[in-house]
Ligand binder design. Sequence first.
Ligand SMILES: NC(=O)c1ccc[n+]([C@@H]2O[C@H](COP(=O)([O-])OP(=O)(O)OC[C@H]3O[C@@H](n4cnc5c(N)ncnc54)[C@H](OP(=O)(O)O)[C@@H]3O)[C@@H](O)[C@H]2O)c1
Length: 330
Amino acid sequence: MRTKNVNALSESLSVIGLGCWAIGGSRVWTDSDDARSEATIRRAIELGVNLFDVAPVYGFGHAESLLGTVLRDTGQRKNVLIATKCGLVWDDAQRITRDLTPRSIGREIDASLQRLRTDYVDIYQLHWPDPNVPLQETLDELQRLRQAGKIRYIGLTNYSRPQTLEALKLAPIVSCQGLYNMLERNPQSYHSIPLEYRTQDEILPLCEQHGLAFFPYSPLFQGLLTGAFNRRTTFNRGDVRSQNPKLNGEQFQRRVAAADELKQLAAECGRPLGHLALSWLIEKGAVTSVICGAQTVDHIEQNAAAAQWDPGEEVLTRAERILQRHAVID
Ligand SMILES: NC(=O)c1ccc[n+]([C@@H]2O[C@H](COP(=O)([O-])OP(=O)(O)OC[C@H]3O[C@@H](n4cnc5c(N)ncnc54)[C@H](OP(=O)(O)O)[C@@H]3O)[C@@H](O)[C@H]2O)c1
């Protein structure tokens, strides 16, 4: 497995990480199955994946518990980095709200540590900005958690450029995370939530300039960029992808048509479409670990193999032409 380094972190990170949302259980993702998810995490570790991105809210604690169980049972905790998050909390009816108050974070970290069966988190990320809480209060709390040894590093996800610059003045931030894939380069929204950052134009250069890691999320466009979908694909109501307007209706049809052509291009190179989508990201200097979701051994094996392929300029140029012709780049 190829690795990359950034100034902010002493560890090398595998270019392919594992995004653990889909292993949050069948209530959040179609066909999620615990035994298969556990096997996927074990295989990921064998393949050299050392970054696991998770969050309390993924399956309402389920993804963290599953990851924690596998890391305990395999004895691999010390050999990997857990990047979990805080700031999205839920009530008894599983309605999710933002809360980055120190009090809430204090509760969240202890619950995460318990579920993850560990006494420290490697990268603790603020999941979404909370406009009701001054950033200084939140980051002071995270600094306290660092001093207490409960977290090692602090990261941000979905923070804008000005918010990230402000955070860098207040605490040693090591990483940023944002929506980024071949089709969504400077997207304006995610699942109907307006995004206050332009990933490629604002966040990537900022990360390079400050030596921070960057983790692109939804690198496979939630499965679209694997060629697994066709024009008739629909998602169960419980599947989070049913809430993504870009994967439903007319918008979806245009994107599937583009993905079909990209799939043919990848096939000419003897590769699955996912390899083209992942290597497009890996080749970007600012991208550190591509945190792709996978919930089967086949998928993680296929995704890990993308790290060994450089599609070359000619193939990337042809891919670019396809995307421009279909007008599907956000
Ligand atoms: N910070 C944030 O706000 C935020 C937001 C979203 C995501 N994330 C993180 O980013 C991670 C990845 O994003 P994501 O889960 O939204 O989407 P993704 O990685 O773009 O897509 C994952 C899905 O693609 C399909 N897939 C993966 N490998 C495949 C393969 N080799 N062949 C065929 N299909 C394959 C699987 O779908 P099936 O399960 O249907 O097979 C898988 O669940 C998440 O797990 C999470 O850790 C963070």
